[in-house]
Structure formats: C-alpha cells, structure tokens
Write a protein that binds this ligand. Structure first.
Ligand code: FES
Length: 95
C-alpha cells in the first residue's frame, strides 16, 4: 500500500495543497493534479524542475546537476525527489 503524503506546492505565485505518495515523485504528483510545474527531461539532467524544500524532507533518486551546497540549501530536482515526510512544502518560485 502506498503511503499518502500531503504536498504543498507553490508555483507562479499560486499555492496548492495536493495528495501525493512516498512512491511517486513530487513532479509526477504535481502534474497529476494539473499543477503547472516546470519540467523537461524527467531524468535528473536538465534542472528545469528545480524547486526548494520549504518544510519536510525528500530524497532524490538521481542528481547530475545540483551541488552538495545547493542540496544543503534545500534545492531539489522535483522529477527525482520522493517525499520522506507526511507533509512536504515545495517552492518553485524561490530558486
Ligand atoms: S525535468 Fe529535467 S532534471 Fe527534472
């Protein structure tokens, strides 16, 4: 059974709260909920999907772009990032 999580997403000044899963990337959850999140390659290589984790925790499957200090700063590739906590808050505008 997939573990449901709450994802709060801010993009283009609009904040939405959606249901996601720990087995689904944040980008996939956003797109499934008709959120206009930016993306391109969906393979962790282009950086179009970068967002900042405001609260909660995530884990990236692949990352060919972000440096350790950017990651420490809260940046993630949302096409590669899975929620680890019950609630995660992501800001696409603050990158
Ligand atoms: S869509 Fe290209 S790195 Fe995420």
């Amino acid at each position: 059974m997939s573990e449901e999580v709450k994802i709060i997403i801010k993009v283009d000044g609009l904040e939405s709260s959606i249901k996601g899963s720990k087995e689904q990337t944040i980008l996939d959850s956003a797109l499934e909920n008709d959120i206009d999140a930016p993306y391109s390659c969906q393979g962790g290589a282009c950086a179009t999907c970068i967002g900042r984790v405001i609260s909660g925790n995530t884990k990236m499957e692949q990352n060919h772009i972000l440096t350790d200090s950017e990651i420490e700063d809260g940046l993630i590739l949302t096409c590669q990032a899975f929620p680890l906590t019950e609630t995660v808050s992501i800001d696409y505008d603050d990158v």
